[in-house]
Design a protein around this ligand. Structure first.
Ligand code: ADP
Length: 186
């Protein structure tokens, strides 16, 4: 199976890279958060550590307003000390059996994040592999949902985005996304 790390949708690019999302210089980075928005392990912990307390302050204010962030929804805060100006926090589904609406909820997490970026007229955004760490979503299946959702969103031309990155932390995840992109483009 070949690997592909870039696809062009109209004039917009979707790119796969292996690395640490906290170091990305896109205008926004996406956090695979949980409903409480108070930080956690994995990419969530890494973003709060690198971005500093301003992010958590805004998360607290949001939670005092809305109570909890439901699965599949997203909110936006400052990027604090990060290179990214904004962090978009979204909650992916916990994998149970695969027939509890997980795919639709995961697609929604990507779409809602992209909508917030478009509302702010952002041109670039980076995603981690939402739900495939502690939340246990099988990576190959999550990669298909993620790539399909992003490509579909970009195909609808009425948005500001020019570059969407997937910043994948480990080589196994990178290879799964790359193989899926090869399937989609092939
Ligand atoms: P979830 O709870 O949604 O499963 P996790 O943070 O546990 O979220 O894992 C999601 C993915 O993020 C995993 O592939 C994990 O390896 C990856 N990850 C962890 N730290 C980083 C980081 N600094 N940059 C990018 N991805 C990361």
């Amino acid at each position: 199976m070949g690997e592909v790390n870039e696809i062009t949708v109209g004039k917009k690019k979707v790119m796969l890279i292996q690395g640490d999302i906290t170091r990305q210089a896109t205008e926004a980075i996406v956090n695979a958060a949980n409903s409480g928005l108070m930080g956690g392990g994995g990419v969530d912990g890494a973003i709060h550590r690198a971005g500093g307390p301003a992010i958590l302050d805004e998360c607290r204010q949001i939670i005092s307003r809305i109570g909890r962030l439901d699965t599949g929804k997203a909110v936006i805060t400052t990027g604090g000390n990060l290179r990214a100006k904004y962090v978009i926090h979204t909650v992916g589904p916990v994998w149970r059996s695969g027939n509890r609406g997980e795919a639709e909820l995961l697609a929604s997490a990507y779409r809602e994040s992209l909508k917030l970026a478009t509302d702010r007229k952002l041109k670039s955004i980076s995603f981690p592999s939402i739900s495939t760490g502690a939340y246990g979503y099988p990576v190959a299946e999550a990669a298909k949902v993620a790539l399909d959702a992003v490509i579909a969103f970009l195909c609808d031309g009425r948005n500001s985005l020019e570059q969407v990155f997937f910043v994948l932390y480990d080589s196994k995840t990178y290879q799964a996304y790359s193989a899926k992109l090869a399937e989609i483009t092939g």
